[in-house]
Design a protein around this ligand. Sequence first.
Ligand SMILES: [Zn+2]
Length: 351
Amino acid sequence: MTGLPAIDTPFLVDFLTRLLNTPSPTGLAEPAVALTEAELKPFKGLEFTRTRKGALVASWSGASPTAGARALTAHADTLGAMVKEIKPSGRLALSRVGGYAWNTVEGEGVTVFGAKGGKVRGSILLTKASGHVYGAEVNETKREDSSMEVRLDARTASAQETRALGIEVGDFVAFDPRVEVTQGFVRSRHLDDKACVACLVAAVKALSDVGLKPARTTHLLISNYEEVGHGAAAGIPATVEELVTVDMAAVGVGQTSDEFHATLCVKDSGGPYHHGLSDRLRRLAEKYAIPYMVDIYPYYGSDGEAFWRAGGDVAVALIGPGVDASHSYERTHTEALVATTQWVLAYLLEE
Ligand SMILES: [Zn+2]
């Protein structure tokens, strides 16, 4: 209907679900990067390289290979934690990886990835969790590093017993995503930014399915350190003239973004994005009747800005699906995922 190649929505949702179920906290994001690479491998015409930092660059030569190259980026790493301390009780104190509030993961199931390769399950709890023991303190205690801990699902009551499980300071901790697809909604942790990785892969599939290639040579950077601020600081090839960052839109009171549209972010904590490129994306959305919003995110940074701050001399813009309760238990709708994928397709095909 839009005049764009058809998107295989069941494929998009299936790959997204598999990606969400692949733990990849920043610093240990390789499994999600590798899954994305494996998913892209069957499509003809893409060449794959890895940066030394571990990001994936999938390069697709364009119909007019002499024209300036373009790039799109989305990140496969997510929020998570690392073991900060093994307590005398055998429980774990954590150090957060990425920016989130403790209350957003309170009660969540976790997997601890032991240094020697073992995995131990557990959950994140307030140190004074039981209402029957601590009464009003359960409600009144401030959630901070010192008041949150991991209770391991293993028989341990000492640091020594926990070490015997193969757990050491510095081990990575991943939160259960709790993916559920219902009524067109996708509810899960880490839709930021796996939703957008899935949109990029679905766009590649949509073009490939009809034997098309992008108008310009295009590099897809699947970055692996976005949540700590420097993901796409490296990895964008020097020939690239413009970068479209694909990352979730922030939904909430006062925001235009919602779970049924893709959003063009024109400004966030890092200031305005590139006006010319943003304008072109707006016109593409109108040309193809893609449901979109324009918004400003008050507390937000992107990999596009990471590249700008690292000295990247390119036009940068930001689009993505609306995600409710970002950096908490997130949710979006398939309509926003399809709209974002359509927008990526329109950009890939733009002369
Ligand atoms: Zn993100």
